[in-house]
Write a protein that binds this ligand. Structure first.
Ligand code: GLU
Length: 420
């Protein structure tokens, strides 16, 4: 095979290890097998941006990786984090291909990122980074080419700046260039809440399999960004007890269940869950609390072989991308913990994005209620389908999800044939 060493990274190696195992299991055509390990396009850019101290110019590195261009435009988020690198972005782009295929969306996978810590940046600095990065991405993105969305460290405002910059270059408004935009620009509230709410819809379906009601469950949510907060809210609305949540600054615990709408009010003022008076400060490791449903919704690689043995949840719903290392995954399975993998559990995000994009490109106006129903329908039926695949193949849900995702992408490639 072509030397793919430039993509090597811990996350890439993990994604390929999973892929190899499943490709073997389903007897994947060997030509397709090698092809899908490498992204079709990977753009690396470096660019300068001006710090607020006008004299200071910093140069940063950014990426956009498109894995498969066979099934429609590519789709996936853009993250801002200090450790972003080509291998990580490639791994995440590959996961996006499987994720979209699992829920049946007409997209290939993509991902982008800038290696920068967004937290110390002022709003103006973040805006300059975003606009210049968008300009650098112009040759590869487009409404029917590649459509970015938010990911770690980026949000609706970031998408608004991308949309504005791109529209200025094109010369007309292009709302469909990004999803996860503010509602005032054609974004959908359903998209904003889709990843967290979708994860809970799937968790509910999983608890049903154990004849246990989600409303009788104790839920723990790690991370309170866009995914974690709506997962917590949806859990609360379902009547579950959300006993602990945390973010970068601290955590809060209440055995009787936290009042999540009140917590939202606290966050609006304080910008952190820390100090919320409706619970006690969390003084233990959040992932190790006893609960029915654990939702890691922060960053990747948090459940490893060093803490997996201490996890006492019955079900883990991977809200974040790649929160569990493969070694940890095995330990959890040996301990009979059901893991709903990221490519299924957080597929609500890209599904909500798809609806937003279709509305933008077709000038449709669906009501939010209608969108929400469509979202839940797509996710729960995908979950049921994966459940059946798992039963049939006597495998775990990650393997079953990969079987569905990889088969669908491979079928598209095989059917298109080889050019020239
Ligand atoms: N960044 C999100 C993910 O990892 C969403 C991607 C999208 O909506 O395009 O699934």
């Amino acid at each position: 095979m072509t030397n793919g060493d430039i993509f090597a990274s811990h996350m890439y190696n993990e994604v390929i290890r999973q892929y190899d195992e499943v490709a073997e299991f389903i007897n994947l055509d060997p030509n397709i097998k090698e092809r899908l390990k490498l992204p079709q396009r990977a753009l690396t850019v470096t660019f300068p941006f001006r710090r607020d101290e006008y004299e200071e110019v910093e140069t940063v590195i950014g990426y956009r990786v498109q894995h498969v261009l066979s099934m429609g435009p590519t789709k996936g988020g853009i993250r801002y984090a200090p450790d972003v690198n080509l291998g990580e972005v490639t791994a995440l782009a590959i996961l996006m291909s499987w994720k979209s295929a699992i829920v049946g969306l007409p997209y290939g996978g993509a991902k982008g990122g800038v290696a920068i810590d967004p937290r110390p940046l002022s709003r103006a600095e973040k805006q300059r980074v975003t606009r210049r990065f968008t300009a650098e991405l112009l040759p590869v993105i487009g409404v029917d080419k590649d459509i970015p969305a938010p990911d770690l460290g980026t949000d609706e405002q970031t998408m608004a700046w991308i949309m504005d910059t791109y529209s200025n270059f094109v010369g007309s408004p292009q709302p469909g260039i990004v999803t996860g935009k503010p509602a005032s620009l054609g974004g959908s509230i359903t998209r904003r809440e889709a990843t967290g709410r979708g994860a809970v819809a799937i968790a509910k379906a999983a608890m049903d399999k154990y004849n246990k009601k989600y409303s009788d469950s104790k839920v723990v949510v790690q991370g309170f960004g866009n995914v974690g907060r709506y997962a917590a809210l949806a859990s609360y609305e379902e009547g579950a007890k959300v006993i602990a949540v945390n973010d970068l600054k601290g955590g809060v615990y209440n055995e009787k269940g936290l009042n999540i709408p009140e917590l939202f009010k606290h966050i609006a003022k304080e910008n952190t869950v820390d100090g919320f008076p409706g619970g006690d400060p969390l003084d233990s490791e959040i992932l190790e609390l006893e609960c029915d449903v654990l939702i890691p919704a922060a960053v990747g690689g948090v459940i490893t072989s060093s803490n997996a043995q201490k996890i006492k949840a019955r079900v883990i719903v991977e809200g974040a991308n790649s929160p569990t290392t493969l070694n940890a995954d095995k330990i959890l399975r040996d301990n009979d913990i059901l893991i709903i993998p990221d490519i299924l559990a957080n597929a609500g995000g890209v599904t909500g994005s798809y609806f937003e994009w279709v509305q933008n490109t077709q000038n449709y106006l669906w009501k939010e209620k209608e969108l929400y129903e469509k979202l839940i329908d797509v996710l729960t039926s995908s979950f049921e389908e994966i459940w059946v695949i798992a039963e049939k193949n006597k495998c775990d849900l990650r393997t079953a999800s990969l079987i569905k995702g990889i088969k669908r992408v491979a079928a598209a490639k095989l059917t298109r044939g080889l050019f020239p």
